[in-house]
Ligand binder design. Structure first.
Ligand SMILES: *Cc1c(COP(=O)(O)O)cnc(C)c1O
Length: 384
């Protein structure tokens, strides 16, 4: 059974060599634009590619503003600061996520609260969120949502669009609005993914993207904050050392961050962004092949939720149980075809073992079964 899966994956990539989980593809103007920054000497914090990358990304996502930063984790950190998260606050997120989501909450000296995901979307469940809030929270006279137990402010909620599949955004927007909680989307994995025709990362107060080497497009390392004009302007200011514009004086009127994306990286991003539509078309084609093939060998593919168009960043399969999961991971990796289990649930990591949490039955069910399969854009795929 795994032999035919391995053969199928090798056919997709037309190779007998090692097949990684996800690697970037550079076959546009990457070399040209990066060399242009070197020739211009503007490789660092000033340059035209940062501006262009921000404008192009705002246009692509239909976000009023897009602010480029050094990585997706920094984007999340700034997003939470802009949402007003202060030390001692609670921030709701998923136990089933990459650790960066929780780390950004910790950087604000806030505490994560882990809520279950939906088995269908792999994203935060509005039903589980509502259940936890009804049991544990109230809205005070000052309009803030606080815990009944110890009156901690529940300031924000950070759902994550797992593997590029959009979470139930209508549901999450509604619960957050009724409970006076600010919505910040971790869209690190979902560039090019749409929920009911609208780009992920544009449903809440702020959204964040990542351009790490393993994402749909890469700048080497990089991230983006998506927001409206007012918050976007403040994001730019805070991530560029909180410097007030002045012809020559160094006026910094609060603690700022040096989180700006170097022009060198932005040049790579501009060249990658030109190919994004083609990458997504190729990734959706690969996903369609997996979805057709996997049931033939008794495996259940992970499919985009209804009303969504996923970028299929990472393809995944849901095994029968943990035993089958181990067998699949073992057989494929021994054969030089890289596969990986989904992340360990956040509350099982030492840093977050004390975190508050709701029921996590669905997260636990998925943790025991999900395996990611090679998902790079096949180098031989026809690119638009
Ligand atoms: C990649 C990723 C991030 C950000 O990662 P960086 O490496 O800091 O760009 C954040 N959250 C999730 C879910 C991710 O997959």
């Amino acid at each position: 059974m795994f032999d035919s899966l391995i053969r199928f994956i090798r056919d997709q990539y037309c190779t007998n060599e090692f097949i990684p989980l996800h690697v970037p593809l550079f076959r546009g103007r990457e070399r040209e634009l990066v060399l242009d920054t070197i020739d211009s000497t503007f490789v660092s914090s000033v340059g035209t590619y940062v501006d262009r990358f921000e404008k192009d990304m705002a246009a692509f996502t239909a976000s009023p503003r897009a602010v480029a930063v050094v990585n997706g984790t920094a984007a999340l950190h700034i997003a939470l600061k802009l949402a007003g998260v202060v030390p001692g606050d609670l921030v709701i997120s998923q136990a089933l996520t990459f650790v960066a989501t929780c780390n950004a909450i910790s950087y604000c000296s806030a505490e994560p609260v882990f809520i279950d995901v939906d088995r269908r979307t792999l994203g935060l469940s509005p039903v589980a969120l509502e259940t936890w809030l009804t049991e544990n929270a109230r809205i005070d006279a000052d309009g803030l949502c606080r815990t009944k137990l110890d009156a901690k402010v529940i300031r924000a909620c950070v759902p994550m669009h797992t593997f590029g599949h959009p979470a139930d955004l209508d549901g999450l927007v509604d619960v957050c609005r009724r409970w006076h909680i600010l919505l910040v989307e971790d869209a690190a994995e979902s560039l090019g993914s749409y929920y009911k025709g609208q780009h992920t990362g544009t449903f809440g107060l702020i959204g964040t993207l990542s351009f790490n080497g393993n994402k749909v497009i890469t700048t080497g390392g990089g991230g983006m904050v998506l927001a409206d004009e007012v918050i976007g302007t403040r994001a730019k200011y805070l991530t560029t050392t909180a410097k007030r514009p002045h012809p020559y004086e160094y006026v910094h009127d609060e603690v700022g961050y040096n989180y700006r994306l170097p022009n060198l990286n932005a040049a790579l991003g501009c060249a990658q962004l030109e190919q994004l539509e083609g990458f997504i078309a190729a990734k959706r084609m690969l996903a369609a092949h997996y979805i057709e093939f996997l049931p033939q060998v008794g495996l259940m593919p992970i499919v985009e939720p209804d009303d969504c168009r996923s970028n299929y960043w990472l393809n995944g399969v849901i095994c029968e149980d943990a035993t089958q999961r181990e067998a699949l991971i073992g057989a494929t990796n021994v054969a030089g075809v890289m596969t990986r289990p989904i992340w360990r649930l956040m509350h099982t990591l030492p840093a977050y073992s004390q975190a508050r949490r709701g029921s996590l039955v669905e997260s636990e069910w998925l943790e025991a079964r999900v395996v990611n399969l090679p998902s790079s854009v096949p180098a031989l795929a026809p690119i638009a």
